[in-house]
Design a protein around this ligand. Structure first.
Ligand SMILES: [Mg+2]
Length: 427
């Protein structure tokens, strides 16, 4: 079997409300590029990647010359063909490789009549548990609803998510407001659900000393871990000396060189594996094996996904024995999906692992067209900018926190319009 064509289509799918984070904001929607790999035997494999829009489409199309005629079963060969580690000094294609790996695994599963998890060692569980993944949110620009800015709003929102989806672990994406404000809100969240676990993640925005202070102020809670309190392995090592909570990262251990540095001198106790950042599901499984050997914890990271990427996270979660914690997903913040059957369903805080051949998801072409059209209308959005703070830059460590008393709501006009007037209109 040979690859005969590769296609890429960028879509944008609305979120329930704009999600704020330490680096800026998801401006009310995600932009994702859907990859289709076709074979000479008529099979079609699906992949997905984030962010880049037209540039991601062009980057994927540019790899046709490397991969048309390639056997999709030769995954290691593909890795070196497009992402040889020294050649990658000139062109970092790790995320492109990941999307193509997903599609090739999808093809192989369909060709062999087995789900991807069966190719990867077989599933050890039927469902993957997820955390609630609470964000500070701007109100929805059209409805004016959905704001999460105060501790009370955060607790109400987590309760709503728990009631709807059954989560028993609650994550706060922090690093937006001053650390003391977030400590208070996080403690309120933990106290509202005393039998559930909690985790906080400021995306490395705190200084080492701030991180130690915050860590010590939440030590008594039922923490899964403290995620990326600072940026950098040495910072994590310093925090780890002073705080009695396991530390986790999805930012500074995202390849095997970094993992080896972390094994030799531990900074992160828990490695959050991302099927995109690591270059596919298979490298995540390799990394999980190294973590198993050295008794490091493992969980599944979310970089913002639609159903295809979610399927890769589920197949990964299915086969790693040392999945120590509930996975993260942005998925429940979406209003819709581009796969057949619509959004996958949570039950008891978990999502069932697909058992159909391949990744187990199929494209809904009407939805694909609908959200391609929406992308053409709206364009991209700057993930690392805040719509209401146009002149702000997310420095690390940060000391330019958002104002928790600011009740404004952005209009979130399309970027093309926004770029003509950097100061957005206010409601
Ligand atoms: Mg994180």
């Amino acid at each position: 079997m040979r690859i005969s064509d590769i296609r890429a289509s960028t879509v944008t799918v609305p979120l329930n409300a704009p999600l704020r984070h330490a680096n800026g904001c998801h401006w009310g929607r995600f932009v994702r590029t859907i990859i289709e790999v076709e074979t000479d035997e008529g099979l079609l494999g699906l992949g997905e990647m984030g962010g880049g829009g037209e540039s991601a489409e062009n980057a994927i199309r540019s790899l046709k010359r490397y991969l048309v005629g390639h056997d999709p079963a030769k995954l290691e060969e593909m890795r070196f063909r497009i992402a040889n580690p020294t050649a990658s000094l000139y062109n970092n294609r790790t995320q492109l490789l990941a999307a193509l790996e997903f599609a090739c695994l999808d093809i192989l599963g369909q060709a062999w009549g087995v789900p991807v998890h069966a190719i990867l060692g077989g599933k050890l569980r039927d469902r993957v548990p997820f955390a609630s993944y609470c964000f500070w949110r701007y109100a929805h620009p059209e409805t004016g609803k959905g704001e999460v800015r105060t501790a009370d709003q955060l607790v109400d929102y987590a309760r709503e998510l728990k009631t709807k989806y059954g989560f028993t672990s609650h994550k706060l994406k922090a690093g937006v407001f001053p650390p003391d404000y977030e400590i208070e809100a996080f403690r309120a969240l933990a106290h509202a659900f005393p039998s559930d676990s909690v985790r906080i993640d400021p995306n490395g925005a705190w200084s080492t000393e701030q991180a130690i202070r915050v860590g010590q102020a939440i030590e008594d809670l039922r923490n899964d871990y403290l995620e990326d309190p600072v940026f950098g392995l040495n910072g994590l090592r310093r925090v780890r000396e002073m705080v009695r909570i396991p530390l986790a990262t999805n930012t500074v251990v995202v390849n095997f060189e970094q993992l080896s540095a972390n094994v030799l001198d531990v900074g992160a106790d828990v490695i959050l594996l991302d099927t995109t950042f690591w270059g596919g599901i298979r490298p995540c499984i390799k990394a999980a094996g190294i973590c198993e050997t050295f008794q490091l914890g493992v969980a599944v990271h979310s970089s913002g996904e639609l159903g295809i990427q979610l399927a890769t996270m589920l197949h990964l979660g299915a086969v790693i024995p040392n999945l120590s914690f509930a996975a993260d997903a942005h998925y429940h913040h979406l209003t819709d999906d581009i796969i057949e059957g619509g959004l996958m369903r949570y039950q008891g805080g978990a999502i069932a692992i697909p058992d159909a051949p391949g990744l187990g998801v199929k494209l809904n072409r009407d939805k694909l067209r609908q959200y391609q059209e929406l992308y053409r209308e709206l364009g991209g959005y700057p993930y690392d900018q805040d719509p209401l703070r146009p002149n702000w830059a997310p420095i690390i460590p940060n000391d330019r926190w958002a104002d928790p008393n600011d009740v404004r709501c952005p209009t979130l006009k399309p970027e093309k319009i926004q770029s003509r007037s950097l100061q957005p209109e206010l409601r």
